[in-house]
Design a protein around this ligand. Structure first.
Ligand code: B12
Length: 132
């Protein structure tokens, strides 16, 4: 049987907003991925959980403004531990220029802003994992 894509999902830092991360988690599950939802976590805890869960993907939700500090830290910690094969995706509310900077300068595979169709997110994760 084909191995399911394993996704560890977290709300970044102390972000209180939960609707988006629940919604995306449910859609990824329905599309056949294995989703492990961590709730609110900081980068060290997220990377530790990704190792324990043998994750292919980390999904970070950020509507609280910490995307430019805590997001890149997750990627840095993965690199330090030789875990670059784990791809980091983000979503939430932020300026489009911040989203671009996260993708182009900080190693986030893709940032999805509000109103992105779910199928675009699902296809983006699938194709990135397939290439890894
Ligand atoms: C509802 C809401 C609240 C509720 C939250 C209830 C709850 N528990 O969820 C309450 C009233 C509690 C609240 C509080 C606050 N909020 Co508020 N809130 C909102 C609001 C109106 C809607 C958010 C929402 O539920 N959207 C619906 C969901 C479905 O969309 P979403 O979360 O964006 O998710 C989509 C995408 O972003 C993406 N996505 C999200 N996560 C992920 C993860 C992955 C892996 C992927 C791939 C995709 C993805 O996919 C989803 C589907 O399209 C937004 C305004 C807005 N238009 O976004 C402000 C907003 C997010 N809040 C904001 C702020 C500032 C706050 C407060 C700091 C206010 C305050 N001073 O106290 C606090 C937060 C405190 C904290 N510690 O986090 C700002 C954030 C600004 C920023 N990021 O720079 C916003 C944008 C309002 C504004 N225009 O200023 N908030």
């Amino acid at each position: 049987m084909e191995r399911k894509i394993r996704v560890v999902m977290a709300k970044l830092g102390l972000d209180i907003h939960w609707r988006g991360v629940y919604l995306v988690s449910q859609f990824l599950k329905d599309s056949g991925m294995e989703v492990i939802y961590l709730g609110n976590k900081f980068p060290e805890q997220i990377v530790e959980a990704a190792v324990e869960e043998d994750a292919d993907v980390i999904g970070l939700s950020s509507l609280g403004g910490s995307h430019l500090t805590l997001g890149p830290k997750v990627v840095r910690l993965l690199k330090e531990r030789g875990l670059d094969h784990i791809k980091v995706f983000m979503g939430g509310v932020m300026a489009p220029k911040d989203a671009r900077s996260l993708e182009e300068e900080h190693g986030i595979a893709k940032v999805y802003l509000p109103d992105t169709p779910m199928q675009v997110i699902i296809d983006g994760i699938r194709s990135t994992v397939a290439l890894a």
